[in-house]
Design a protein around this ligand. Structure first.
Ligand code: SF4
Ligand code: SF4
Length: 303
């Protein structure tokens, strides 16, 4: 079975890429599954999409744990633990990555010996990274003809205007050709069985009093090293005049613990980690937190 896992950021079109590849496999006579999986479900956040393709019926469901091909549309996702780019990577896994770095650099950086194919942004025309990734993946799998790929891209973009479809087809075909010398390097791997799943390694925790086991945390705890602030498209800004320093509902509501309380008991947003979900804006009873576009906030900081 072909097992292909796409990694990208919300908005890069990896769901569409998986759909294009799934369509192409289907036209080549395969049974197919293609499905996206979102985390934070917002633009810029890491997401994955999966394609399974086999000539037999497919009984496996859910996420692909041992991919034959990992496609990465944005190389900045590799060090993001939550993105899980290297999850289940084996010596048989091929890596296809959109990057300005070369394949040898990635092989050394990730300490892997398996094939790494690089699509440079110029080759793939970045705005069309979705079609380019689908085209290159189709070529590397070796069972899809270029005519089937073209038809699959057109089907996935049904309803869009002809010009957009044309440039996506062009990007897919060019990426298909760029990696053609490696056509067929992606291996079909056996389906995982129940015995592949290890039982969790349970840890017995002693009972603790609530003040120890569920303390109120007013500091960034979940993502000190992962700067989730880069995901933000809107910025919450606290109006100090309106903030009545209630029970710091904003701080308790923030899923990233990105609102700290300073020595004067005022809430302070940690913009390195605030991912812009706007939960605090909705929760503040005094309506003291405003939501403004991130681009506007950055522009105002410069002036
Ligand atoms: S929830 Fe609103 S009023 Fe309460 S501390 Fe936060 S910003 Fe201030
Ligand atoms: S928008 Fe508010 S709740 Fe959401 S991450 Fe940022 S500070 Fe936390």
């Amino acid at each position: 079975m072909f097992t292909i896992r796409f990694h990208g950021r919300g908005g890069q079109g990896m769901k569409t890429a998986s759909h294009m590849l799934g369509n192409a496999f289907f036209m080549a006579g395969f049974e197919v599954q293609d499905a996206p999986r979102y985390g934070a479900e917002r633009r810029g956040a890491p997401m994955t999409a999966y394609v399974r393709a086999d000539k037999q019926d497919i009984y496996a469901r859910g996420i692909i744990r041992k991919p034959g091909l990992v496609v990465v549309a944005d190389d900045s996702l590799v060090p993001v633990a939550a993105a899980g780019v290297m999850s289940g990577f084996t010596a048989e896994t091929v890596l296809l990555i959109v990057s300005r770095e070369g394949s040898e650099t990635w092989r050394q950086r990730l300490n892997i010996s398996s094939p790494v194919k690089v699509l440079t942004p110029l080759t793939s025309k970045l705005p069309l990274v979705s079609a380019a990734c689908a085209g290159a993946a189709a070529s590397l799998c070796g069972k899809i003809e270029v005519e089937q790929l073209i038809e699959a891209v057109k089907q996935a973009l049904t309803g869009y205007d002809d010009k957009l479809i044309e440039i996506n087809v062009d990007a897919a075909v060019r990426a298909f050709e760029v990696v053609k010398q490696d056509r067929g390097i992606v291996k079909q791997l056996p389906e995982s069985s129940a015995s592949d799943y290890a039982r969790p390694d349970w840890i017995e925790l002693p009972l603790e009093t609530a003040d120890r086991s569920a303390p109120v945390i007013h500091a960034a705890q979940t993502s000190v090293k992962v700067r989730t602030g880069l995901w933000r498209t809107r910025r919450p800004v606290i109006d100090e005049q309106r903030c009545n320093q209630c029970w710091w509902i904003c701080s308790s509501s923030c899923p990233d613990s990105a609102i700290n309380i300073d020595a004067q008991n005022r809430p302070v947003i940690d913009y390195e980690h605030c991912k812009g979900c706007m939960i605090c804006v909705a929760q503040c009873p005094a309506h003291a937190i405003e939501s403004i576009p991130e681009a506007q906030a950055q522009q105002e900081e410069k002036t």
